[in-house]
Design a protein around this ligand. Structure first.
Ligand SMILES: NC(=O)c1ccc[n+]([C@@H]2O[C@H](COP(=O)([O-])OP(=O)(O)OC[C@H]3O[C@@H](n4cnc5c(N)ncnc54)[C@H](OP(=O)(O)O)[C@@H]3O)[C@@H](O)[C@H]2O)c1
Length: 351
């Protein structure tokens, strides 16, 4: 009998693909969702659905009971309005709460979804799982200065590091701490995920920027993108074949923003962006977009995180996941095609 699997964040972009990959392998699945508004991404699937707020201990413990495999794809994304120290504390607390509950239910595998943002870029070669961004426990929220926004200056280790990456690093460290307490945790680190079922449109913004909003310019740098369906399969293989306490980069293709934007435009049938934006202009636009986001309490359309990433680019080596997890590698143009097809089907993008 295949292990019974619980997916936290099952209505999320990655979670919806993990659910499908588990079903394809014949696992009984319990899909934990939060806001019922996003349940449509799981429509028609033969799964048990359970509503869980990860911040409520009782709901969480009830959902975990009796499940051999647990996938934590319920991302805590720090919001632009959140104080930096608070966001880090909240991220760590959410992982701590989950891991403490798991110490009671003792599943045979826990797959923790982290991010490629926790991998440090190395000049002259592709970065891999051994290139961890530095982190020290004293970076825990309480010791950080009170400052708003996605950046904080002043500390050499995370000077200019965006809040998203800092929170992900803190959360990953917190998760891995529980390996020494006996939890069988495997960490997976996806790069930018492109594909269907992206109701929250966190990474989908990269596609919609050129397909829907038809941005006339782009900031050119190299990043890594992966088909979310492959990331779903990678999660299941991490539970089956991943080594406890290890991290696996779930990534695929290095791609220039210019080429990505042209591919998106061609597939969507719109004109491609014409101008490459100088980084200084992008910086100014990003500051402006975060200022507007702060005032309107919405997420910025150009986070400074993107501009930050453009300084180093993101070149990743997924040899470990290919070797140990046999991670599938769907070409990125196919991933874009599927994302656009789904955005059209959902009416998010005009036909
Ligand atoms: N997408 C990417 O390109 C990418 C790349 C690398 C790493 N990641 C990481 O992968 C994880 C998932 O990303 P994603 O893109 O799938 O995110 P997503 O589409 O925004 O989904 C996040 C999921 O988590 C759930 N969730 C959030 N807060 C919750 C809470 N308090 N209780 C229960 N559920 C909660 C959300 O449910 P509600 O919306 O109903 O609250 C949603 O189902 C994140 O940790 C992210 O950092 C994503």
């Amino acid at each position: 009998m295949s292990p019974r699997a619980l997916v936290l964040g099952a209505t999320g972009h990655i979670g919806a693909h993990v659910v499908r990959a588990l079903l394809a392998d014949g696992h009984p699945v319990r899909a934990a969702y939060h806001n019922p508004r996003f349940l449509s991404v799981l429509e028609g699937l033969p799964i048990e659905r359970v509503q869980v707020d990860l911040e409520r201990d009782e709901e969480l413990s009830r959902a975990l009971e009796g499940y051999e495999w647990v996938f934590d794809a319920a991302g805590y994304y720090p919001r632009i309005q959140e104080r930096r120290a608070h966001a880090i504390e909240r991220g760590i607390a959410s992982v701590n709460r989950l891991m403490r509950s798991l110490l009671h239910t003792r599943p045979s595998r826990v797959v923790f979804t982290s991010s490629a943002a926790t991998i440090r870029q190395v000049p002259g070669r592709l970065a891999n799982e051994t290139d961890a961004e530095p982190w020290s426990p004293r970076h825990g929220g309480a010791t950080l200065p009170r400052q708003r926004g996605w950046f904080r200056l002043g500390r050499p280790q995370d000077q200019w590091r965006p809040l998203y990456a800092t929170v992900k690093i803190a959360m990953e460290h917190e998760a891995l701490r529980f390996v020494s307490e006996g939890l069988p945790i495997v960490v997976v680190n996806p790069s930018l995920c492109v594909g269907e079922y992206d109701a929250h449109r966190f990474s989908g913004r990269a596609v919609l920027a050129f397909a829907k909003y038809r941005l006339p310019c782009y900031l050119d740098y190299v990043f890594n993108a992966v088909y979310t369906g492959d990331v779903g399969v990678g999660h299941v293989r991490a539970a089956e074949q991943g080594r406890i306490g290890e991290r696996y980069l779930l990534s695929c293709q290095q791609v220039r923003v210019r080429d990505f934007a042209r591919l998106v435009a061609t597939i969507a049938g719109v004109s491609p962006p014409r101008w490459e934006s100088p980084r200084l202009v992008a910086h100014v636009l990003a500051w402006g977009s975060e200022l507007v986001a702060g005032m309107t309490r919405r997420e910025p359309w150009l986070p400074r995180q993107v501009v930050h990433l453009s300084r180093t680019g993101q070149r990743l080596d997924n040899a470990k996941a290919l070797r140990e997890l046999h991670l599938p590698q769907t070409p990125i143009d196919e991933a874009i095609r599927r994302a656009i097809g789904w955005f059209r089907q959902e009416g998010i993008l005009a036909i």
